[in-house]
Design a protein around this ligand. Structure first.
Ligand code: ASP
Ligand code: MG
Length: 634
């Protein structure tokens, strides 16, 4: 037996429901089906309840909208006017709205009642449509099987009673048995709900109790991905993950599954698949208990875009145990969810990452808790740092592997991504770092490139100067492009290009064969604009190539190196000016992990500098230099 759950978008329209029917018809085994309300309807129901409770008659037109939407859906699918069962639910719906309006009161109990209408209507329409299509289906009212306490809005399941009732229902199962998700009831038959998004939970409970062979969650994405595809173009679908990895990945960003809601299925070790209703031919992501593949170190890189870091610090904290208790108690009473925690072993500070939208509440709560200590300088004022993101490497196999965090911080450092805080769970399944939000896309891409063993590494070039030397250089690149890709795994892209008249920027790279005409049609050159654009793009593996003889451009090198962008140039000015300036460039390059290379400054195309460097490295000493020949002389 299989349990299939279809979310709101999967039952969001006539076409979608027809698609669901096709998927269900293609199943060979017995199927237990769980469906959500039609996409968007639960939100509308929440609103209707609030409007009615506020005493505003407009609720009536909102009610009509929902009613007509379902009538239309019924009519389109079943080609007939809705039947009595349908209108019985609509009548209840109307009565409860009226009641809320008259009483001007929306209790959590009446709210659950109104919300239940969404799943009740969708499941009725689906079951009647399936019957109409000749599918052997039975509709079960989940409220008679899923038993909860009276914690309306987010009721807790009574597993003992629920298990008993589901097992009893089994004898009545047909080829397809449909249970509306999300809704349940107390033992005295009051309608409850399992919390927003609760259909997954209904499905997982059924899968767990029935010990299903498989649990499929059908949604509108192809599965879990190795990184956020909006930021990492080369993100891949993950074919197979362990439960723990899926939980870690979905905690950060990939909101395909909500961990607590699939717990009942996980507990029984039931294999689970995430599938796309609109692309059923895709394999989806398989999630299982065991995962022994030793090949893949990192399963995915997840991220949370908007977080705030809140830090409590001060010498008054050292060695006093109550501080962290008070810190977390204050946050918890203010209902601030803590995403990440770090504390230095010096005990001098504790930092937590929280959702950016909670920062004011958190600060207020902490100031109330520690105000006195801050005033008498026992501890520092609470530090709030905004515009930050979290990135996290996730993978079971990191556990027994040394060097993963080394590699992570090395690639981030080389690309000028500075790290505000680090946290690693002792399970070693997740290493998280807090970074500036402006660096998020770069960080994700560079880590993805580094850990997912791409066949090529992308290099982003920014070139100024297209005179004789510039032209020759670019043409050489064009000629060598395929060779470099094939033999050196380098995928070279010219992202920015300028001469004294024009400049262009192309996020995906200027088409190499047409660079001259593209540049000729570019914007007017402005040095400041060019630099700003290059900095703002903030791309990984960036190299600035100066092919001018300009003093102004050479003067920019320190600033460029500081941004962790390497500088490569035949321009001799920087390396032949005052020794102090040259040494400054070398130290900048060292400090910011960017390279400063100028081989052609000496003897043009002859490899003099690199040869000399090799000689020195292998123990030779330079005693005397007799002449330095410029390219024009040799
Ligand atoms: N319809 C409910 C909601 O939107 C439950 C669900 O879709 O899982 O929250
Ligand atoms: Mg040379």
């Amino acid at each position: 037996m299989k349990v299939l759950k279809f979310g709101g978008t999967s039952v969001g329209s006539e076409e979608a429901i027809r698609q669901v029917a096709k998927i269900v018809q293609s199943q060979v085994e017995q199927v237990v089906l769980v469906t959500s309300a039609v996409g968007g309807v639960t939100d509308q129901l929440v609103q209707i309840g609030e409007v009615a409770a506020s005493g505003n008659r407009v609720y009536i037109s909102h009610f009509e909208t929902v009613k007509v939407q379902h009538e239309q859906l019924y009519y389109n699918l079943i080609e007939n006017k809705p039947d009595d069962k349908f209108y019985k639910i609509i009548e209840e719906f109307e009565d409860i709205c009226k009641g809320i309006f008259l009483l001007r009161e929306l209790t959590s109990r009446s709210s659950d009642y109104i919300l239940s209408i969404g799943e009740r209507l969708s499941s009725l329409i689906i079951s009647e449509f399936f019957q109409y299509e000749g599918i052997d289906i039975t509709l079960f009212d989940s409220r008679q099987y899923i038993v909860t306490d009276d914690h309306f809005g987010h009721a807790n399941v009574n597993f003992k009673e629920t298990t008993k009732r589901i097992i009893d229902a089994k004898s009545g199962f047909t080829k397809v048995s449909l249970f509306p998700g999300f809704i349940a009831s107390t033992s005295d038959n009051q309608t409850t709900t399992l919390g927003r998004g609760g259909s997954d939970y209904t499905a997982a409970i059924l899968a767990g109790v029935l010990e299903a062979d498989h649990f499929e969650v059908w949604t509108d994405v192809d599965g879990l991905m190795t990184a956020d595809p909006r930021m990492v173009k080369r993100a891949n679908f993950i074919e197979h993950v362990s439960y723990e990895e899926a939980l870690e990945l979905s905690h950060f960003g990939a909101k395909v599954i909500y961990p607590p809601s699939i717990q009942p299925a996980l507990e029984k070790g039931i294999p689970m698949t995430i599938k796309n209703t609109f692309k059923p031919e895709q394999k989806g992501t398989l999630i299982t208990k065991e995962w022994d593949d030793t090949k893949q170190l990192i399963r995915g890189i997840s991220s949370i875009k908007d977080i705030t870091l809140v830090t409590l610090s001060g010498s008054g904290m050292v060695g006093i145990p109550k501080f962290s208790y008070r810190f977390f108690r204050a946050l918890s009473s203010a209902k601030v969810n803590v995403i990440l925690i770090t504390q230095a072993s010096s005990e001098h500070s504790i930092s937590v990452g929280i959702d950016a939208k909670d920062d004011k509440v958190a600060l207020k709560a902490l100031n109330e808790e520690f105000g006195e200590l801050i005033e008498n300088h026992s501890i520092d004022p609470i530090l709030v740092e905004k515009n930050l993101s979290i990135i996290a490497l996730v993978g079971n196999n990191m556990r027994d592997q040394v060097g993963v965090s080394g590699q992570m911080f090395n690639v981030l450092g080389k690309n000028g991504v500075s790290i505000k805080a680090i946290s690693q769970g002792s399970s070693e399944r997740n290493i998280s770092a807090v970074i500036s939000r402006d660096d998020l896309s770069k960080a994700l891409n560079v880590l993805h490139e580094s850990f997912f063993l791409y066949s090529t590494k992308r290099i982003n070039l920014f070139i100024i100067g297209t005179g004789n030397v510039g032209k020759a250089f670019i043409n050489q690149l064009v000629k060598q492009f395929t060779f470099l890709k094939k033999n050196h795994q380098l995928n070279i892209k010219i992202i920015g290009m300028a001469n004294s008249r024009k400049m262009i920027f192309e996020e995906d790279g200027t088409p190499l064969s047409k660079w001259e005409s593209t540049l000729a049609n570019g914007a007017k050159f402005d040095k400041k604009d060019f630099m700003r654009h290059m900095y703002d793009m903030n791309l990984r593996n960036s190299i600035f190539i100066d092919i001018t003889a300009s003093e102004d451009v050479a003067a920019l090198y320190p600033e460029i190196l500081k941004k962790s962008i390497s500088v490569v140039t035949p321009n001799k000015i920087a390396a032949t000016g005052p020794q102090a300036d040259y040494l400054n460039l070398k130290s900048m390059s060292k400090k910011y992990g960017s390279r400063f290379l100028f081989e052609t400054n000496v003897c043009a195309g002859l490899p003099v500098l690199s040869t000399l460097n090799d000689l020195v490295r292998s123990g030779d000493q330079v005693h005397q230099i007799e002449a330095v020949l410029s390219g024009t002389l040799v």
